[in-house]
Design a binder for this molecule. Sequence first.
Ligand code: NAD
Ligand code: LMR
Length: 327
Amino acid sequence: MKQPLRVAITGPAGQIGYALLFRIASGQMFGPDQPVILQLLEVPVEKAMSALKGVCMELDDCAFPLLVDMVQTSDPNVGFKDANWSLLVGAKPRGPGMERADLLKDNGKIFIEQGQVIDRVAAHDARVAVVGNPANTNAMIAASQFKRLTPDRITAMVRLDENRAKTQLAKKAGVPLTSVSDVFIFGNHSPTMFSAFHLAKINGKPLPEKIGHAEWLRGEFQETVGKRGGAIIAARGASSAASAANALVDHVRDLMTPGKVHSVAVKSNGEYGFDPNVWAGMPVKTTTPGSFEVIKGLPMDDFAKGKIAATNKELVEERNTVKDMLR
Ligand code: NAD
Ligand code: LMR
């Protein structure tokens, strides 16, 4: 029997939390032979803690063999204690008519305290994934508080965008989803993101040649993927939850699986012209469980360069908005 992994999750009583916890406890994130201890951190508000209690009752009622223990707390020092993975979901979602960056003022400060506490009390091999929006800049804020942990320990999620892009491409080409590969997201989890269709493949062959429709790939496709979150809010009256939880399962599982190549928002070191010290979506290859290297040197034409410059500009602007919060 493997040693249990300690997985801290913020916002476990929220929408994404409800779609996420059961999948982790059933082994879909860390594998069918990896026991887990869920450390569930909510806000110290009666309604939230009561909802969390109910979710934990349901987890009990699933009798998941891999679920060794659960901790319910509103104290970050308890929630993040010895955590091997911290999944930072807890934050305000946007409503209709808002952009994700409008959440920075309210949500940014959450990531200051959580960054400090994780740095102090999480496990020596701590890994952190940020979902709460605006995810890229929140990861950068939390990392700015690290003294012990290095910035490569914290990533933000653009996997939902990769999954969205892949489905749109498969539908347009009229091929099964499994035929489409190498779909990577560059930049911010916002409408400026670049879904790099020029690198994508259908059955191993360049996708643009197979699919044609250059205008669609540069226009409607980018817009559909970039604005999908807003379209879901408009249709559902609430932001994406099950698909976001699913993307987080993919994000962490692939970061724990050596050899996987996938889109992750990581600290830039200037790759593809991104400003150093923004967290930008890029293709990475998982090297050892929890560690990765950015895939460098992929070809970029003028269109791709222009898109990357625009999403980089937005990330730099977001960083400037919160510069007073950074250490
Ligand atoms: P929700 O309002 O349903 O749930 C959020 C939960 O977080 C609530 O239970 C709340 O009490 C809790 N919370 C708030 N502050 C907290 C804190 N400081 N510590 C611990 N818990 C805290 O929202 P949701 O739909 O689950 O979405 C959560 C976040 O994820 C939002 O910011 C949303 O925009 C974002 N999101 C990101 C992606 C992505 O692809 N990156 C996708 C979907 C949603
Ligand atoms: C999404 O992409 O669905 C989430 O980031 C929620 C949102 O605000 O769009």
